[in-house]
Design a protein around this ligand. Structure first.
Ligand code: ADP
Ligand code: ZN
Length: 741
C-alpha cells in the first residue's frame, strides 16, 4: 500500500501518515499540497515522502489523502529540503516551518474544501469586493454599512483584508452583494506593486575596496561555487553598491537572488536602488503586504518570471529559482530573529540556505555581530572590508561625549536635551542642515510614579510600567501587550492625586524641541507614527529637506542615506546597557556606531553628540572612536571566558501559564528531566523566573541549556520537546536566543 508522509500546519511535532489511493498515486508527490483530514478538520499539508514503507499504525486506521491540490510541487526541492533542516535545527514542527514558505496555505485550504475535486493550483484566486459606482450606503444591520463605507472610501479590497478587519465581513459582503451595492469578483492576475516609476541610474565607478569585494564575490558566482562572505564596511562605504553588482552578475548567470533587510521601513529605499539598476522585475516581500500582493509576488518567483526577492526576514523563504546569491544587509540586526512561532534567525539560516543551494552568501554590516566576526576569524566566512566611505570627501563624523552626570536640565527643563546638544541643534538648524535625535523610548513618559506611595503604574497583564502617550489623547499604554487605559487621575494603590510623569520618551522630546527651537520643523519617527507607508513618507520629507530635526527610536538609526544630516544626537546612550542580556554591550555599541553613521554622509562633515551617564563604559568609549575591531575583540574575549556564544551554544526553554506556580513547577520538572538526559557536555542552568516575569497575563519561567557540542545540545532539546507538559502551560524552545527576556 502506498503511503504519504505529510507535514500539516499544526503545532505538533510529528509528520502524519496517510494512505494514497491508486487513483491519486501518480499525482501525490514530494512537495505537492494535499488535502487531508485531521480529526474532523480538513487541512492542507505538504507531502514530504511517498513510499510503501510499513506504517507505525495499523493500516485499517490510516485515513486516505482526500485530494491533491498541486499538479506541480508547490515548493521547489531546494526550498523544501531547507525547510526540513530548519525544523530539525530549531526543534520546530515541520508543518509550521512549511507555513513560513507558504503564507496562503490556510486560505487555500478553505478554497480547496469548496472544490475538493479540483487538482489545479488553488490559492491563486483572490476575491475582490468593490463598491458599485454611485451607490449609497444601504440600511442593513451589522457590519454591512461599515464595510460598504470602507470599500467606497478605500477602493476595492480583497475579501481576506476585510475579514482581517471584521471577522464577519464575508457575511456582510454577501448581503451587500444581494442589495446590489457591492460586486464580488475573483481575480487571478498579478498586481504591479510599483506605482511610481524609477529612472535607471548610472552606476558609479567602484572604489578600490568595492572592486576587490565585487571581484571576490563574482568570481565564485561565475565558478558556481558556494561561498560565504562577511562584508565589513563602515557606514556609507557602499555596501549596497556591492550587493547590486553581485546581483547583476548573478542574474546574468541566470541565478536567482535574495536580499534581506532588517526593517520594512528600509525596504523602499533599497528596492528603489535595485529597481533603478536591475529593472522592475523584482519581488518585494514584507509583512506590510496584503495577501493578494504577497501571493502575486510569490507566484512570479515560483514561476521564474521574477528572479530577485527583496524583503524583511521572511523573504528568506522566497521560492527563488536557481538561487545563486543571498545578501543579508545589516546582518547584526536583532530583527532577523523571529520571536514567535518558529524562532529562526534569518541571518544564520541565510548561510544555510545559500550553502545548500551552492550559492554565495554575503553578510554585510558596519558593525558585524560578534558571531560573524568569529566565523570570519575561524575561516568559515571570507572577510572583505570597505574601510572608507565611498563618496569622495565624506569622512566618518567626529563623535563627542556629553557626560550627563555633569549636566543640569537644559533649556525647556529637559535633562535629555543638554546645553551642548541644544547649541549644536541651533547651529545646525541655522545652517539649514538637518539633525537626527535618537532615543530608544517611544511615548511621552516611560513611567508614572506616585509621589505619595512610590508605586509605579503597571500593566494589569504584564510586569512592566505603563507608558504615558500624549498623542493618543493622554493614554497609558503597555508596550508589550498594547493594553491601554485613559491617563489616571489618582494612584491606584493609595488613592492620592500625586502622580508624576517620569522620564522622557520621543513624544516629550518632540514637544520640548518645538518649544525651544521655534521655527524649526520637527518630526518624529517611531512605531506610533510609522505604520509602514507613513514612515516612508516621513523619510521622504526628510530627504526633500522639509524636516529640520527628526526625533526617533531605532527606526532612525538604520541604514538611511540622508546626505544633509550633519548632526546626530544620542539622547541616552546607556538605555540598553542595563538590560539583563549578555549582548547588551554589543547592542549598545552597534546602535551607537550605526546612529553616528547617519551623520555627515554628504559633503559637509558630520558631528555626533553622545549623551551618557557612563562615559567610561567600553561600549561607549569604543563607539566614539568607531573602533569596531577593538570592541569585538574585547567582547569575544569576554564571551570566551564566560562560555557564551559564539563559544557555546544556548537554548532557552520557556514556560508560560496563567498560574505562576504551575509554570514554575513545569519548568522545574522539565529542567530536571533535561539534566537526566544530558551528557556531561550539556549544562542545564535554572529554572528561574524570566526577567520579564509576566507577559499578557502569563507568568514566565525558563531554563537555559548550554553546550559547546551542537549535536549533544540538540539531543537534549529533542528529549525536552518530546516530554509531556501540562496542557495549561505553553512550552517554547528558543535555539540560539537573541532576546534573553
Ligand atoms: P552602505 O550600504 O555601506 O551604508 P551605500 O551603498 O548606501 O553605503 O552608499 C553610501 C552612498 O555612497 C550612497 O549615496 C551611494 O550612492 C554612494 N556610493 C556608493 N558607492 C559609490 C562609489 N563607488 N562612488 C561614489 N559614490 C558611491
Ligand atoms: Zn501589558
Amino acid at each position: 500500500m502506498l503511503l504519504a508522509r505529510v507535514a500539516l500546519p499544526v503545532p505538533l511535532g510529528q509528520v502524519f501518515t496517510y494512505s494514497v489511493s491508486a487513483e491519486l498515486a501518480a499525482s501525490v508527490r514530494r512537495g505537492a499540497r494535499v488535502l487531508c483530514e485531521l480529526g474532523r478538520r480538513k487541512v492542507l499539508g505538504v507531502v514530504l515522502e511517498v513510499g510503501d514503507r510499513e506504517p507505525d499504525i495499523p493500516v485499517e486506521k490510516l485515513k486516505p489523502v482526500r485530494a491533491v491540490v498541486d499538479a506541480e510541487p508547490v515548493l521547489p526541492e531546494e526550498l523544501l529540503g531547507f525547510l526540513q533542516e530548519i525544523a530539525r535545527y530549531y526543534v520546530a514542527p515541520v508543518g509550521e516551518v512549511m507555513e513560513l514558505a507558504l503564507p496562503a496555505l490556510e486560505r487555500s485550504a478553505a478554497l480547496a474544501i469548496e472544490a475538493p475535486e479540483s487538482t489545479r493550483a488553488v490559492g491563486r484566486l483572490v476575491q475582490i469586493a468593490r463598491a458599485v459606482e454611485g451607490a449609497t450606503a444601504p440600511s442593513l444591520r451589522g457590519k454591512a454599512p461599515a464595510v460598504f463605507e470602507h470599500l467606497r472610501d478605500n477602493g476595492p479590497q480583497p475579501l481576506t483584508a476585510l475579514e482581517a478587519k471584521w471577522p464577519s465581513a464575508r457575511g456582510a459582503v454577501a448581503r451587500l452583494v444581494e442589495a446590489g451595492v457591492v460586486t464580488l469578483e475573483k481575480r487571478e492576475e498579478a498586481v504591479d506593486p510599483f506605482t511610481v516609476a524609477v529612472a535607471p541610474d548610472v552606476p558609479p565607478a567602484l572604489t578600490a575596496a568595492q572592486a576587490r569585494a565585487v571581484t571576490a564575490i563574482t568570481a565564485r558566482l561565475e565558478r558556481g561555487e558556494k561561498h560565504a562572505v562577511l562584508l565589513e564596511g563602515v557606514t556609507a562605504s557602499g555596501k549596497t553598491e556591492v550587493y547590486l553588482r553581485a546581483a547583476e552578475r548573478a542574474l546574468a548567470l541566470e541565478r536567482g537572488v535574495i536580499v534581506l533587510v532588517p526593517e520594512i521601513a528600509l525596504t523602499p529605499q533599497l528596492v528603489a536602488r535595485f529597481r533603478a539598476r536591475l529593472g522592475s522585475r523584482l519581488a518585494v516581500l514584507h509583512s506590510g503586504l496584503g495577501e493578494r500582493e504577497r501571493h502575486a509576488m510569490w507566484r512570479s518567483l515560483r514561476s521564474g518570471e521574477v528572479r530577485i526577492a527583496v524583503g524583511a526576514r521572511s523573504a528568506l523563504f522566497a521560492p527563488v529559482r536557481a538561487l545563486g546569491l543571498v545578501c543579508v544587509d545589516e546582518e547584526h540586526d536583532g530583527s532577523f530573529k523571529q520571536e514567535e512561532g518558529v524562532r529562526y534567525h534569518a541571518r544564520d539560516m541565510a548561510l544555510l540556505r545559500a550553502h545548500r543551494a551552492e550559492a554565495v552568501c554575503v553578510l554585510g554590516s558596519a558593525t558585524p555581530s560578534a558571531t560573524s566576526v568569529e566565523l570570519a576569524r575561524s575561516g568559515r566566512l571570507e572577510l572583505l572590508e570597505l574601510p572608507l566611505r565611498a563618496r569622495a570627501g565624506s569622512a566618518l563624523p567626529k563623535a563627542e561625549v556629553v557626560d550627563l552626570r555633569r549636566m543640569g536640565p537644559g533649556p525647556g527643563g529637559e535633562r535629555l536635551i543638554s546645553v551642548p546638544l541644544f547649541r549644536a541643534l541651533e547651529a545646525c538648524v541655522a545652517a539649514r542642515e538637518q539633525a537626527i535625535l535618537f532615543l530608544n523610548r517611544r511615548g511621552f513618559s516611560p513611567s508614572i510614579l506616585c509621589a505619595a506611595c512610590g508605586k509605579i503604574a503597571e500593566c494589569p497583564n504584564c510586569a512592566v510600567a505603563l507608558t504615558l502617550h500624549r498623542a493618543r489623547g493622554g493614554r497609558l499604554v503597555c508596550h508589550y501587550c498594547d493594553y491601554q487605559e485613559p491617563m489616571r487621575k489618582a494612584c491606584r494603590s493609595c488613592g492620592e492625586e500625586a502622580l508624576i510623569e517620569e522620564g522622557a520618551g520621543t513624544e516629550r522630546i518632540e514637544s520640548v524641541l518645538a518649544e525651544i527651537l521655534p521655527g524649526a520643523r520637527i518630526a518624529r519617527l517611531d512605531r506610533d507614527v510609522a505604520a509602514g507607508q507613513k514612515s516612508e513618507r516621513i523619510l521622504d520629507r526628510m530627504r526633500q529637506g522639509d524636516i529640520d530635526v527628526l526625533v526617533g527610536t531605532q527606526m532612525v538609526t538604520k541604514g538611511h542615506d540622508l546626505p544633509n544630516v550633519t548632526l546626530v544626537g544620542v539622547l541616552n546612550a546607556d538605555a540598553a546597557l542595563s538590560l539583563p542580556d549578555f549582548r547588551a554591550a554589543e547592542r549598545t555599541f552597534q546602535l551607537l556606531v550605526q546612529v553616528a553613521g547617519r551623520a555627515g554622509r554628504g559633503e559637509t562633515p558630520g558631528r555626533v553628540l553622545i549623551q551618557t551617564w557612563q562615559p567610561d563604559h567600553p561600549a561607549i568609549v569604543l563607539a566614539m572612536k568607531h573602533d569596531v575591531k577593538g570592541f569585538v575583540a574585547q567582547e569575544l574575549e569576554q564571551r570566551r571566558e564566560v562560555g557564551y556564544p559564539p563559544f557555546a551554544r544556548l537554548a532557552l526553554v520557556r514556560f508560560e501559564a496563567t498560574d505562576d506556580e504551575l509554570a514554575r513547577s513545569q519548568a522545574a520538572r522539565l529542567a530536571h528531566a533535561a539534566r537526566g538526559l544530558g551528557s556531561p557536555d550539556v549544562e542545564v542552568l535554572g529554572p528561574t523566573a524570566a526577567p520579564l516575569a509576566r507577559l499578557r497575563g502569563r507568568y514566565r519561567h525558563r531554563f537555559l541549556v548550554r553546550s559547546t557540542d551542537r549535536a549533544r545540545l540538540h539531543q537534549v532539546l529533542l528529549g525536552v520537546a518530546r516530554s509531556a507538559v501540562d496542557r495549561r502551560v505553553r512550552m517554547a524552545i528558543d535555539v540560539d536566543p537573541v532576546s534573553m527576556l
